[in-house]
Design a protein around this ligand. Structure first.
Ligand SMILES: *[C@@H]1O[C@H](CO)[C@@H](O)[C@H](O)[C@H]1NC(C)=O
Ligand SMILES: *[C@@H]1O[C@H](CO)[C@@H](O)[C@H](O)[C@H]1NC(C)=O
Ligand SMILES: *[C@@H]1O[C@H](CO)[C@@H](O)[C@H](O)[C@H]1NC(C)=O
Ligand SMILES: *[C@@H]1O[C@H](CO)[C@@H](O)[C@H](O)[C@H]1NC(C)=O
Ligand SMILES: *[C@@H]1O[C@H](CO)[C@@H](O)[C@H](O)[C@H]1NC(C)=O
Length: 411
């Protein structure tokens, strides 16, 4: 993948007046886009290469790697306006072009899509290509980054689609740059994060015990979804309450769906739902398939900003919650707890999730949690007990009546 630093001025309806470009090292690309006031709206610096496989006239396949981007130009790159988000367009070599565009949400911005085009009419790069013409691979990405953070990924990110593998590394990108100043706050890609490992829980002075909410009200129910090229691929409806323990102090946070952004991705064996807001850097729910016929919640990763400015991060990829058959959804109306670690729990309310096989944007039949089953069972048991009692009373009454009637007859 690509590392960009993109940012857009406060008025996103600005026209791009200045475009400052400069290649730092031979193949590192760098772009500093400015708006009409000459303020930086987007900054990006990254490296990339592409491996393309194509069929030859002799029915063989050849691969070619495009890594020399020394002569790149950036025409078409723009800060965006009210209707269109910012975008980076790069042209290089003989007929290659590469475009990435960005969108803005409430408190985040996203890398929305990446597309790469190549022209097999170029006989030097694609000798004996069977099909001559211009080909484009398009990838809908939706990768969210907190507003005013610069995305950084030194690790290699790879996108593979059709016959093209795209590698990106040393990526720094910030779109929607605030006040013309590229941020110093980095938002790392997962691969860079794992190389620095999870931040340990640092003792902090959190809300004093007197302000510790004990009986917090029920969180509002939010609906979250993830789309891919086939439409909605993941659905989740739930009220979420996060409970963190630090220094024996429990803080409880209800997630407000109105101010929470969501994104994610769907694959055949895994699916990701990522929530973020001004105080939640990210809250990831990772679903997986097991035994080829069931799904479950396998992993939760969270990173939150605490009141004192420190960061609380926890990850657990060995969970087993919300288990249901593929092709159905999992439902639990009762409050349920996902225990991510001793210090971090998520309480869910009116939960319904379907991370795989969503058809036409709707939930499939639900498999209910055992808690909900209990709530159905109890009335049944009580009901059965009551009706049993009624039968006994009725029988007793009838017997008694018959006896007295019989007795009356004999008189
Ligand atoms: C393309 O980039 C990857 C990742 O940095 C690197 O491993 C590979 O050697 C590069 N290929 C070429 C031909 O430069
Ligand atoms: C991003 O680019 C793709 C294709 O290049 C286009 O279909 C899509 O509408 C663009 N999105 C935005 C928000 O401009
Ligand atoms: C941008 O400038 C405005 C006004 O000067 C200020 O209120 C705001 O906090 C600044 N934003 C950032 C991200 O620096
Ligand atoms: C879209 O649906 C088709 C047919 O079900 C499937 O083959 C393809 O892999 C799906 N694409 C994505 C991105 O899920
Ligand atoms: C969220 O938005 C809805 C509709 O605008 C509103 O009724 C509700 O009170 C809001 N919830 C919170 C927690 O702000």
């Amino acid at each position: 993948m690509v590392c960009f630093r993109l940012s857009l001025g406060p008025g996103s309806g600005l026209l791009l007046l200045g475009l400052v470009l400069g290649a730092v090292s031979s193949y590192a690309l760098e772009l500093n886009l400015t708006d009409s006031k000459k303020a930086t709206c987007l900054y990006a610096k990254w490296q990339m290469n592409f491996t393309i496989r194509y069929e030859t006239t002799s029915k063989n396949y050849k691969t070619v790697t495009i890594s020399d981007l020394g002569n790149a130009t950036y025409s078409g790159s723009t800060c965006g306006d009210d209707k269109n988000g910012p975008k980076i367009e790069v042209q290089f070599g003989s007929g290659f072009s590469w475009t990435v565009n960005f969108t803005k949400e409430v408190s985040t911005y996203s890398i929305e899509s990446i597309s790469f085009s190549y022209d097999t009419n170029d006989n030097t790069t694609f000798p004996d290509a069977k099909e001559k013409g211009n080909f484009t691979v398009y990838e809908h990405v939706i990768f969210s980054i907190p507003l005013d953070d610069i995305f950084r990924c030194n690790s290699i990110l790879t996108l593979e689609k059709s016959n093209v593998a795209q590698n990106y590394w040393d990526v720094h990108v910030q779109a929607f740059v605030q006040n013309g100043t590229v941020s110093t706050k980095e938002f790392l890609c997962d691969k860079d994060k794992t190389s620095t490992t999870v931040v340990p829980i640092t003792p902090t002075t959190l809300p004093s015990p007197t302000t510790t909410p004990t009986q917090k009200e029920k969180p509002e129910i939010g609906t979250y979804s993830v789309n891919n090229s086939n439409g909605t691929c993941l659905l989740a409806t739930m009220g979420l309450q996060l409970s963190m323990t630090q220094d024996k102090v429990v803080s409880v946070i209800n997630i407000n769906p109105n101010t929470t952004d969501f994104a994610g991705s769907c694959h055949s064996q895994t699916a990701l739902l990522r929530l973020n807001s001004s105080n939640i850097k990210y809250l990831d729910f990772v679903f997986a398939v097991k035994n080829e016929n069931r799904f479950y919640l396998k992993e939760v990763n969270v990173s939150m900003y605490l009141v004192n400015g420190s960061v609380f991060s926890i990850a657990n990829n060995n969970l087993s919650y919300w288990d249901a058959p593929l092709g159905s959804s999992y439902m639990c109306n009762k409050e349920q707890t996902v225990s991510v670690s001793g210090a971090f729990q998520i309480n869910t309310f009116d939960l319904r999730v379907q991370p795989f096989n969503v058809i036409e944007g709707k939930y499939s039949t639900a498999q209910e949690c055992s808690l909900d089953d209990d709530t159905i069972l109890i009335p049944i048991i009580v009901g059965a007990g009551l009706s049993g009692l009624i039968v006994v009373i009725v029988i007793a009454y009838l017997i008694g009546r018959r006896k007295s009637y019989a007795g009356y007859q004999t008189l």
